[in-house]
Design a protein around this ligand. Structure first.
Ligand code: 0RA
Length: 638
C-alpha cells in the first residue's frame, strides 16, 4: 500500500534529500552537463527545449517559442499539456515541484515517449534549475495559471494559482548562474542552429525564436521534415534528382526514417540522429545504414547487369560519393557511448536499420528505374576512379621505394623518429621554407614548403587538389594516408603546424588545407594534431627595446607604452619570408616563445563551408554568402 501522505519526519527527510541532490549538481556540474563553458551553457537551453519536444512527440504540442531576453535570461514556452501540478501523494508536494527538483525518468509523471537518457541529454529539468540563479515556471492547466519560482534550484515560493487561464502549456524562464558558468552569454547562432535542426526532425512543431538583444526573430517550421533537411543541406549543390528519396519503417519498437539525395560532388554528408540527438560519432544505426546502401546498390547493379560475373562490386565509398543523407531513428532505450556520448551503442539497431533500408530502398529503386540507373552509373564511375587512384598510388609507392625512403625531397625531416615529440611545419613558399629550415630545431622540427602557386587552384575540387604534387608530398610526409586508408597509427608528427602568411593568400591556403584535413583526414583534427602557427605582424622597436605585435591592437599598445611614435621603428611583416631565421624561430617556432592555435573540428568545418561556397558551382549561394560576409571577404581573390 502506498500511503496517501507522509509523516512530518519523512517530509523533512525528503526535503533534505532534495537539497543534497541540488548541491551535488552544483558541486560537479560537469558530470551532468559536460562542462561549464559555452557548450555547457547552451546545454541548459537544449535540455529545457527537449522537454517541450517530448510534448511534441507525445502529440500534444504544436508550438514552442524560445526567447533570448535582453536581461540575459532565456524563456521557453510551449502549448503542451502543462507540467502536472496536482499534489503527489507520496511526497505531499505538487508534481511540478518534484519535476523541478528531483524527478526525471521512470515516475508516474513520466511521459511515454522515446527518451533521451544516458549521456548528457535527458538529465532533467532539475539540473537546469540547480544551475540557474533563478528559474520561474508558469503552467496553464485545468483552466488556471500557476507559477513557482526557484533560486539555485530551491523553491522560494510555493506553487501559486494566479487565476483563470485558457488553453494549456508551460513557460519556463531561467537565468544561468554566473558563479557556475565561465560565460553566461547565449550565442544566437548556436541556439538557432539547434532549433532549426529540431524543426526538421519534428515536422509537427513550429519553433519561434526571438533574440530580444538585437531584435531578430525567426520561425522554424518544416512540414517536409528530414526531406526538407536534405534539400537544405544540398542548397549549394547540383542534385542528381530533384526529390530526395524518403524511407520510413518500423522494426520492433524502433522507428526508422531516412532521406537521401545525391549531388554531383564527391563528398559524403551523413547526419544521424537518435531521439533527436545528433550522434556525431555514429554508432550501430549508421553501420546498419551503410551496410544496407552497399548491399542494395550492389544487388541492384548485378541484377541489371551493370556489374558482371566475378568482378568485384561497388565499395561502400563508391555508393556514398556525393551522398547527402539524414538518418533519424527513435529508440526506446538508447545507450550512448564514447567520450561525448555521441555514439549509439545498441547492437540490435544495426540489424533493424539495415533490414529496413534494404527493403525500402530496393522497393524505391524498383519503382524508379531511371533514378536507380543514374545512381549506379555514378557509383560505377566512382569505383573506376578509385581503381585508377589505387594504381597511381601503387606506382608512386614503387617509385618512392626506388628513390629510397619514399619521403618527398622537399621535406626537411627532423632527426627524431618519435612522432609524439615531432612537429611538421607546413610553410607557404620556398623562400619562407628556407628561413624556417634555418630557424628550426632539427632534432624534432621538420619543414615542408608548399609552393603557393599549386594551391591557387581556383575552383578546384578536392580531387583536383590531390593531383597536385605539393599536396601529395604533404600527405606522404604526414604518413597516415587519406580517406578510407587513413591510419592514425602511422602519423609521423603529433603536431602539424600550418605556418602561412597573414594575408589573403595565406588565408586561402589555410582554408584549402583545413578543408583537406576535414574531409580526408578528420581524425587528425578530432585528436587535436593540427595547429596554426601565429606569426607576428609587426616589430615595434625603439633603441634597444623591441617587441613583436601579433595584432594591430598590440602594435598600438606597444607604441603607446614607448611614449608614442617618436623614435619608434615600426617594421611590418607582410610575409614569413620577410623575417630572418632567428626572428622566425623566436616568434613562431620555438616552444615556449611561440603561440600555437589548436584547430578544432568546428574551425575546420567552417573552413570547409567557406571552401564549398567559394569553390562551389552554384552562383547564388556564393553571391549570398559574399554579400552577407562582405567585410570579411572583400579582398579574397575568388
Ligand atoms: C509530465 C507529464 C505530462 C506532461 C509533462 C510532464 C510536461 C512536461 C513539460 C516540460 C516542458 N513542457 C512540458 N509539458 C508537459 C502529462 C500530463 C498529462 O497527462 O496531462
Amino acid at each position: 500500500m502506498v500511503p496517501e501522505s507522509i509523516s512530518p519526519a519523512e517530509y523533512t527527510a525528503n526535503s533534505i534529500q532534495v537539497l543534497e541532490g541540488l548541491s551535488a549538481v552544483r558541486k560537479r556540474p560537469g558530470m551532468y552537463i559536460g562542462s561549464t563553458d559555452s557548450r555547457g551553457l547552451h546545454h541548459l537551453i537544449n535540455e529545457v527545449v527537449d522537454n517541450s519536444i517530448d510534448e511534441v512527440l507525445a502529440g500534444s504540442c504544436t508550438d514552442i517559442s524560445v526567447t533570448l531576453n535582453a536581461d540575459g535570461t532565456c524563456t521557453v514556452a510551449d502549448n503542451g499539456r502543462g507540467i502536472p501540478v496536482e499534489q503527489h501523494p507520496r511526497y505531499n508536494k505538487p508534481a511540478l515541484e518534484i519535476v523541478m527538483t528531483i524527478l526525471h525518468a521512470g515516475s508516474k509523471f513520466d511521459r511515454n515517449t522515446y527518451k533521451v537518457s544516458g549521456g548528457l541529454h535527458g538529465v532533467g529539468l532539475h539540473v537546469v534549475n540547480a544551475l540557474s540563479e533563478w528559474f520561474e515556471v508558469r503552467v496553464r492547466r485545468d483552466g488556471k495559471e500557476y507559477v513557482q519560482r526557484y533560486e539555485r534550484g530551491a523553491p522560494v515560493s510555493p506553487l501559486t494559482a494566479l487565476g483563470p487561464a485558457t488553453g494549456t502549456g508551460t513557460e519556463q524562464r531561467f537565468k544561468p548562474d554566473s558563479t557556475i558558468f565561465e560565460t553566461t552569454v547565449f550565442d544566437r547562432d548556436t541556439v538557432a542552429r539547434r532549433l532549426k535542426e529540431l524543426s526538421f526532425l519534428n515536422p509537427a512543431v513550429a519553433i519561434h525564436f526571438a533574440d530580444e538583444r538585437d531584435g531578430t526573430k525567426e520561425t522554424f517550421h518544416h512540414a517536409g521534415g528530414i526531406v526538407e533537411f536534405v534539400q537544405d543541406l544540398n542548397t549549394a549543390q547540383n542534385v542528381l534528382f530533384p526529390e530526395p528519396i524518403y524511407l520510413h519503417a518500423r522494426r520492433d519498437t524502433t522507428d526508422i526514417e531516412v532521406a537521401l539525395q545525391y549531388n554531383d560532388g564527391y563528398n559524403e554528408a551523413l547526419l544521424a540522429f537518435v531521439n533527436n540527438i545528433n550522434t556525431v560519432d555514429g554508432g550501430t544505426h549508421v553501420v546498419g545504414l551503410r551496410a544496407a546502401l552497399t548491399r542494395t546498390f550492389n544487388d541492384y547493379a548485378r541484377q541489371r547487369g551493370f556489374i558482371k560475373g566475378e568482378r568485384e562490386g561497388l565499395a561502400g565509398e563508391d555508393v556514398r560519393e556525393g551522398l547527402t543523407c539524414v538518418l533519424s531513428v527513435k529508440v526506446l532505450e538508447p545507450q550512448f557511448e564514447g567520450q561525448t556520448k555521441a555514439k549509439l551503442g545498441n547492437s540490435e539497431v544495426k540489424g533493424q536499420v539495415e533490414s529496413a533500408v534494404n527493403e525500402k530502398l530496393a522497393e524505391f529503386l524498383e519503382e524508379h528505374p531511371s533514378v536507380g540507373q543514374g545512381l549506379i552509373s555514378k557509383a560505377v564511375q566512382a569505383a573506376q576512379a578509385r581503381e585508377a587512384a589505387r594504381k597511381a598510388r601503387e606506382l608512386t609507392r614503387r617509385k618512392g621505394l626506388l628513390e629510397g625512403g619514399g619521403l618527398p625531397g622537399k621535406l626537411a625531416d627532423c632527426h627524431s623518429r618519435d612522432p609524439a615529440v615531432s612537429e611538421l611545419f607546413i610553410v607557404e613558399g620556398d623562400s619562407a621554407g628556407g628561413t624556417a629550415k634555418q630557424g628550426r630545431d632539427r632534432e624534432f622540427q621538420a619543414v615542408l614548403p608548399l609552393r603557393g602557386k599549386i594551391l591557387n587552384v581556383e575552383k578546384a575540387r578536392l580531387d583536383r587538389m590531390l593531383q597536385s604534387e605539393g599536396i601529395r608530398n604533404l600527405i606522404t610526409a604526414i604518413g597516415t594516408g587519406i580517406g578510407e586508408e587513413f591510419d592514425l597509427g602511422k602519423l609521423r608528427y603529433h603536431k602539424i603546424i600550418l605556418m602561412t602568411d597573414a594575408d589573403v593568400d595565406g588565408a586561402h591556403i589555410r582554408t584549402l588545407l583545413l578543408t583537406l584535413f576535414y574531409r580526408k583526414m578528420p581524425d587528425l583534427l578530432a585528436e587535436g594534431h593540427v595547429y596554426i602557427g601565429q606569426a607576428p605582424l609587426y616589430r615595434v622597436q625603439k633603441g634597444a627595446r623591441s617587441q613583436y605585435a601579433y595584432t594591430d591592437e598590440e602594435r598600438d599598445r606597444y607604441i603607446g607604452e614607448l611614449g608614442g611614435m617618436k623614435g619608434v621603428v615600426l617594421q611590418r611583416y607582410k610575409g614569413l619570408g620577410e623575417m630572418n631565421s632567428d626572428q622566425l624561430r623566436d616568434t613562431t617556432m620555438k616552444p615556449g616563445a611561440r603561440s600555437l592555435l589548436r584547430v578544432t573540428v568546428d574551425d575546420a568545418q567552417k573552413a570547409n563551408q567557406l571552401f564549398t561556397i567559394l569553390m562551389g558551382e552554384e552562383v547564388e549561394p556564393r553571391r549570398a554568402y559574399i554579400q552577407e560576409h562582405a567585410v570579411e571577404v572583400t579582398n579574397l581573390d575568388i
